[in-house]
Design a protein around this ligand. Sequence first.
Ligand SMILES: *[C@@H]1O[C@H](CO)[C@@H](O)[C@H](O)[C@H]1NC(C)=O
Ligand SMILES: *[C@@H]1O[C@H](CO)[C@@H](O)[C@H](O)[C@H]1NC(C)=O
Ligand SMILES: *[C@@H]1O[C@H](CO)[C@@H](O)[C@H](O)[C@H]1NC(C)=O
Ligand SMILES: [Ca+2]
Ligand SMILES: [Ca+2]
Ligand SMILES: [Ca+2]
Length: 342
Amino acid sequence: MAKGAVIYTLLTTAFVILILLPPSSRSHNGTSRHVRLFEGTYFDPLVTKIEHKVEEKGLNDHLSRDYVHEVVEVDVEVEEADKVYFGKDGKMNLTLRLTTLFPMIDNSPKDGYVEFRELGVWNIMQAKEGLDYSTRKELELNDKNKDGFISFNELFPQFSEEEIRINKTGHGETGWWMEQFRNADANQDGKLSLEELKDFLHPEESVNEKVEDWIMREKIRRMDWDKDGKLNFQEFRDNAYDIFKSYYHFSFDNDYVPSPELQFSNLDLNKDRFLTIQELKPIKQLLFPGVLDHASYYATYLMNEVDDNHDHKLTLGEILKHEDKFYKSVYVGDEEDDHDEL
Ligand SMILES: *[C@@H]1O[C@H](CO)[C@@H](O)[C@H](O)[C@H]1NC(C)=O
Ligand SMILES: *[C@@H]1O[C@H](CO)[C@@H](O)[C@H](O)[C@H]1NC(C)=O
Ligand SMILES: *[C@@H]1O[C@H](CO)[C@@H](O)[C@H](O)[C@H]1NC(C)=O
Ligand SMILES: [Ca+2]
Ligand SMILES: [Ca+2]
Ligand SMILES: [Ca+2]
């Protein structure tokens, strides 16, 4: 029972993007659903704050975050200072809220326009705070001896000494998790600090090379049909290229995308017609974007949707004309629900 709980927590945190954008799911049938394109992006810290309260009450299963700003009846106490933003019907007054946020986003230079860079900086700041919050929460929840660090036993109390001794290293088994734990344990002291735990829970964001290799390996595994640890052209074209293409648009805000042939050949440095993890690293953010990458892609999306006169700057007027865009998730395609694949 405990095992299921921890694995589920890990599923919902560390591997959320892995699960939401399963590249291999396009080619076979299954139960479908929409996935949020910009998973984990937070624009309005007040929505995030309410969402955390909803989560703490264990209500998040019943509520899509898209409605957090509309429904205060979830019985969450809104702080006194924030009540001004809500009408009697429990709906957030988006006009008032965005008018209040505008000068906070427009701050370098403070000139009455929100430029792309200002919006990107803001979104990334919100996403970082979200990551810090969820990591702190996991640490508090699991740090049984309250020393401020997480040991392997604290994180995986369900693994018995026997299992640890036997050390099965198959995917998702005791030894496999121990290896990932050691990868995240940058200073090798046998326990994870807050920063190291963040790497473990959000490996996409990590700059620890061992963690980067781990997450790249895991994700490429799902694209690698013949299981040779590398992508051949067909695997790249059929399993990776669509994802690459959609994020390429957001990253460069450009209609041009290199063809699969050209992109493959650019990446294949040693021209052996296979892409290794190392060769795929340059497009890591386009293939396996983390929360912070999504935050910056989200800025591109908002800019495209809201900048009516195409001067690459947003006025308060433009923002208010499209206020819903800042509060609704962006969904893309139908994907399979394969939560139990990990
Ligand atoms: C998916 O399902 C549809 C309709 O049930 C079927 O026509 C199609 O052949 C299936 N595709 C695959 C790859 O199984
Ligand atoms: C929302 O706030 C604006 C600005 O304060 C105000 O003009 C407007 O009437 C409010 N809307 C609602 C529905 O309360
Ligand atoms: C478990 O096995 C792995 C791979 O064989 C090895 O690197 C690791 O040191 C082992 N860990 C323990 C605790 O025995
Ligand atoms: Ca500005
Ligand atoms: Ca501890
Ligand atoms: Ca392969």
